[in-house]
Design a protein around this ligand. Structure first.
Ligand code: ADP
Ligand code: MG
Length: 238
């Protein structure tokens, strides 16, 4: 069973002469237990790919399926449910609510999904523990460093057994030791049966993935060709 599938996905912005092709016919599938790293230069479509996988954006053409359901065909309500229950999304900026403590931020998606406050707090504390932040559960975001806030965002994305985990350069604000810890948590979740997509421009981070895919100008690069082609694309990007 495939958790995430892209079938000939195009995403364009604007029209006429000014049309931007953010993705040009991408097909891809990610299975349970598989972590796929997404690499490519700035502007190649990595965030677009993740936003489509997370149901935050819809394709101009083609289909995105999560656990067999085409996101485009879902009602607004059902899509919101899939995004709360099935998909965990770590954004480039943290998107924490400033008026909630760390544990409240992490518990929020579960509470919205009808869990009791007690159960959602318990799961949120466990998830904060996974990223080494159990001690800071009662702090507000502005009482934490950027790296700590990012770990809270990751705890929130992973709480409650999400089966599809999406992370867009999740280690950006972190020192290398904390970054490794975050990747380890992501890897553990995938090993426990989730499917994962990790956007990164660091080859060292892609080393945590089972497979690496490369985007250039909105297209997936065929890496089945001679060795070296893929390595050539690993030049530093912004
Ligand atoms: P990456 O994450 O690899 O840097 P993006 O997916 O953010 O790339 O962007 C891919 C391309 O699509 C870029 O050329 C970007 O400028 C364009 N793009 C993304 N979002 C929009 C938008 N909302 N309107 C117009 N162009 C966009
Ligand atoms: Mg991006």
């Amino acid at each position: 069973m495939t958790v995430l599938e892209f079938r000939g996905v195009h995403r364009t912005h604007g029209g006429g002469e000014a049309t931007v092709h953010a993705l040009r016919g991408v097909s891809l599938s990610v299975r349970p237990g598989e972590l796929v790293a997404v690499m490519g230069p700035s502007g190649s479509g990595k965030s677009t790919l993740l936003n489509l996988a997370g149901g935050l954006d819809l394709p101009t053409d083609g289909e995105v399926l999560v656990e067999g359901a085409a996101l485009e065909s879902l009602s607004h309500r059902r899509l919101a449910e899939v995004r709360r229950r099935t998909i965990g999304y770590v954004f480039q900026d943290f998107n924490l609510l400033p008026s909630l403590t760390a544990v409240e931020n992490v518990a929020l998606p579960l509470e919205l999904d009808g869990w009791s406050i007690r159960e959602s707090r318990r799961a949120a504390l466990a998830s904060l523990g996974d990223v080494g932040l159990a001690e800071l559960a009662r702090r507000f975001p502005d009482e934490m460093s950027g790296g700590q806030q990012q770990r809270v965002a990751i705890a929130r994305a992973l709480v409650g057994e999400r089966r599809l985990v999406l992370a867009d350069e999740p280690t950006g604000a972190l020192d290398s030791q904390t970054g490794e810890m975050v990747l380890r948590v992501l890897r553990d979740r995938v090993d426990a049966g989730a499917a994962g997509l990790l956007v990164t421009h660091e080859a060292r981070h892609a080393g945590w993935a089972d497979r690496v895919i490369f985007l250039r100008d909105g297209s997936l690069i065929d890496t089945s060709g001679p060795l070296g082609t893929a390595a050539d694309l690993l030049e530093p990007t912004s």
